[in-house]
Design a protein around this ligand. Structure first.
Ligand code: ATP
Ligand code: MG
Length: 572
């Protein structure tokens, strides 16, 4: 993706922005007499946690409201009592706020409109535009036709207004069992668009609703509820994903009828569709995410491997990184796949700016500086950020015995290896140049200790010392001062870019290496990390102190993202 600018401008224009510019130029919405120029909405159904795909929609809708002096409504589309829960409502609000957006006073629930929606349904009946159908589900399916065959009218389509009103009122009064009747709009069973073949707008559900309790036993369907909710809230731009394109004629039909009945004012809201986010190496379907949680393939909705916003947050992904990502991928009408590495790059860019640097050894090997006095120690000045001197420095104590990374020593180094090997020299970051003088092994012949000598003339930061050029520059942790911590190394949840493609089961594509738990040795400053604190472990990547499992003085670190893409060349 070399064509992607590294500094995304605040708004890259897109087709929706162009449409809004045009609407504003022609004062299309002027007759609404609203206090804000445009209104958008983000309408999740509270039946799961938000995922990375939702972040695209949130950034789009709230971003438009921000940039056009408009308002974005937070609306819970809670018409299905069986699958919805307040746990989801809370987590959704939490995630939207975390992403940096605020709906102000504009918090709504579709269930607040149940009375209005019911009243409008009676209005449709009174105008002969809706009828109670008593076909069974299977018969109704047969009457609906297919993409290539027109549907057939139900024998109940000709019921009188009086009969329909009576039956609908008795449905609402709880006289009938689930499935006995439904209310349908009377549009056109021959329409080439299946959505217009007399869609069901009410069904009987004797179920407890998380907000309206047992007040209702008939519940409105999504298509009917959504457009009316938009109109009642004075939404101008109702932006949804492409799969709703074929529903737009129904959206317009319902609202235009109600306007014709003088039940709604014009101008009416308009629906616009954009391509949903498809991201490689994850799944973004609520059904699959629920399955991952319930079948315990992950530890919960906020497991750092999950593509939920709660999981991404715990993983150490940032709101700024998500907003950058949303700007960078843009908005279009063409369905496409976005590579996970683009999201990871956005996180790296943000974390690189904000994170202080620390030293941590993930795969420790002992190093002894034989000519360094056993009791001595000296404080080396390490900058907290290489590009931000204003973030200051910290002191790290150098001692005779240190931990270094096992991969920073090789007995038989390949060509181009600039780190430690017998006889070779390397700089210990912020300290001295050392030369390897030998090794010690365990019974199996494995190297367990590297012996070195340091050159006192080479201390970092002292004039003249830098004249001594060595190519390798490795990090270390003092054996006397460092501490041990648990580190969780996260990778992508799936090992295939398109989990479940072909006839595979997506669960078979889970990456068993997506979490590896290790014990690492870290410089003392890291032991004080507060839950949620983010740091770069030099040469390793960005890490966050886990918000759930960290304890004071005993942080647990999650790797958010490595320093560079795994497909890039490994370092020398
Ligand atoms: P389901 O998985 O059950 O179809 P959903 O993902 O559409 O549900 P909703 O709660 O209805 O979940 O989504 C709320 C909003 O987020 C909708 O406006 C929807 O268009 C948008 N959205 C959902 N998934 C994506 C995605 N992958 N990319 C962009 N927007 C999305
Ligand atoms: Mg949906």
């Amino acid at each position: 993706m070399s064509s992607v600018p590294s500094e995304a401008p605040v708004h890259i224009t897109n087709f929706i922005r162009n449409l809004i510019d045009e609407d504003l130029r022609t004062d299309k919405w002027g007759a609404r007499r609203d206090s804000v120029a445009i209104r958008t909405r983000f309408p999740p159904e509270p039946n799961g946690y938000l995922h990375i795909g939702h972040a695209k929609s949130i950034c789009l809708n709230f971003g438009l409201a921000r940039d056009y002096a408009g308002a974005c409504h937070m609306r819970f589309d809670d018409t299905n009592p069986v699958t919805e829960d307040t746990e989801y409502v809370d987590s959704i609000m939490d995630s939207v706020r975390w992403l940096g957006f605020d709906w102000g006073p504009n918090l709504f629930y579709a269930s607040n409109y149940f009375d209005r929606l019911y009243g409008f349904a009676e209005l449709f009946i009174e105008h002969g535009s809706a009828y109670v159908d008593s076909l069974g589900a299977e018969e109704m399916r047969q009457h609906r036709g297919t993409l290539t065959e027109p549907g057939r009218d139900s024998p109940f389509r000709t019921r009188s207004v009086a009969q329909n009103l009576d039956l609908f009122r008795r449905m609402r009064a709880g006289e009938f069992a689930d499935g006995a009747h439904v209310l349908r709009l009377k549009i056109d069973m021959q329409s080439p668009n299946i959505n217009l073949r007399d869609p069901v707008i009410y069904r009987i559900r004797h179920a407890h609703h998380h907000r309206t309790g047992d007040t209702w036993c008939v519940y409105p369907m999504y298509d009917y509820t959504h457009c009316i909710s938009d109109a009642l809230e004075n939404i101008t731009h109702s932006i949804c994903t492409l799969e709703f394109e074929d529903h737009r004629p129904l959206y317009d039909w319902v609202l235009n009828k109600l306007a014709d009945f003088n039940a709604l004012p014009r101008p009416l809201p308009q629906q616009y569709e954009f391509a949903r986010l498809n991201l490689t190496f994850v799944v973004l379907s609520k059904r699959k995410l629920i399955e991952l949680v319930e079948a315990r393939h992950v530890d919960g909705w906020d497991d750092p491997r999950m593509p939920t916003l709660a999981g991404a947050r715990r993983r150490g992904f940032t709101p700024e990184g998500f907003r950058l990502f949303a700007e960078r991928i843009g908005v279009s009408k063409a369905d496409s796949w976005i590579d996970m590495s683009i999201l990871e790059d956005c996180m790296r860019e943000d974390l690189n700016e904000r994170c202080e640097r620390r030293m941590a050894v993930l795969d420790p090997l002992r190093l002894v500086i034989d000519n360094y006095p056993a009791d001595a120690e000296e404080l080396c000045q390490a900058p907290n950020h290489p590009k931000k001197p204003e973030l200051g420095t910290r002191e790290v104590a150098l001692t005779r015995e240190l931990w270094i990374e096992r991969e920073d020593f090789q007995e038989n180094p390949p060509k181009g290896y600039f780190r430690l090997s017998p006889g070779a020299e390397v700089r210990l970051r912020y300290a001295y140049v050392v030369r390897c003088t030998g090794v010690e092994r365990d019974a199996e012949g494995r190297v367990i200790l590297v012996r070195c000598e340091f050159d006192p003339q080479t201390r970092s930061g002292t004039p003249g010392a830098t004249a001594r050029k060595v190519k390798g520059n490795i990090h270390w942790v003092s054996a006397r001062h460092g501490g041990e911590v648990e580190v969780r190394l996260y990778e992508r949840l799936f090992r295939e870019a398109h989990p479940g493609a072909g006839d595979r089961n997506y669960l078979d594509d889970l990456n068993p290496q997506a979490r590896r738990v290790i014990s690492a040795l870290v410089e003392p400053a890291l032991l004080a990390a507060a839950a949620g604190e983010q740091t770069q472990f030099e040469r390793h990547g960005y890490f966050v102190a886990d918000a759930v499992d960290s304890r004071p003085g005993k942080p647990v670190f999650n790797r958010s993202v490595t320093l560079r893409d795994a497909s890039d060349k490994p370092r020398g």
